[in-house]
Design a protein around this ligand. Structure first.
Ligand SMILES: [Zn+2]
Length: 192
């Protein structure tokens, strides 16, 4: 029996206000995609050094129910983000346009206790506590913030280090070449 076949699939609104209260307790799955301007993402806007016309994030969300024998079906949420933001380059201290992409998978659980008890060794997905007015916009913001590099920089050689910045030779302060998601770092640690 496939519960996905009997459950209605609801198209998500692209309106930021509507995205901030989604009913994940309802017996239905969701799909949707849209574009959010930086101004619709207050916590992301705080990080931005400036906003240009193409800045913002395309999002795509899809949920489905899994069924494992002997247990309740679980709702899985897949979130894909792709976008552009301007940050202060920590080398030249000028604006720097960065393309960011992030893909995440979550499993909806009923309570905080269930989330706390979620197996920490499951590095494929993270728990989210479902509610009738779940803040999906907040989740999108969280994931964008996670994808922002700790020390944003122009590509190596693309700019002149500012005199007062940690220029060449500041080895202990040097950032990794690519932005690293802390969860990916954990994943890699576990693999080794
Ligand atoms: Zn720079």
């Amino acid at each position: 029996m496939n519960r996905n076949q009997v459950l209605p699939q609801v198209e998500l609104s692209t309106d930021p206000m509507a995205l901030s209260r989604i009913d994940f307790c309802a017996p239905q799955s969701y799909q949707g995609a849209g574009f959010l301007e930086i101004s619709a993402l207050p916590r992301v806007a705080e990080e931005a050094s400036g906003v240009e016309s193409e800045d913002g994030f395309h999002w795509e969300v899809k949920t489905h129910f899994t069924s494992s024998p002997g247990s309740e079906p679980q709702q899985i949420l897949k979130l894909t983000l792709k976008g552009r933001i301007h940050l202060v380059c920590q080398s030249c201290l000028q604006d720097c346009g960065l393309d960011l992409a992030q893909e995440s998978r979550f499993v909806m659980v009923a309570t905080e206790e269930e989330a706390d008890a979620f197996p920490i060794e499951d590095d494929q997905q993270e728990p989210l506590v479902a509610s009738q007015h779940f803040d999906l916009l907040g989740l999108i913001e969280d994931e964008i913030l996670l994808s922002i590099p700790l020390i944003p920089k122009h590509p190596k050689g693309a700019c002149q280090p500012h005199a007062s910045s940690f220029g060449e030779g500041g080895e202990s302060l040097d950032a990794p070449e690519k932005p690293q998601n802390p969860f990916n770092i954990l994943k890699n640690m576990k693999k080794n």
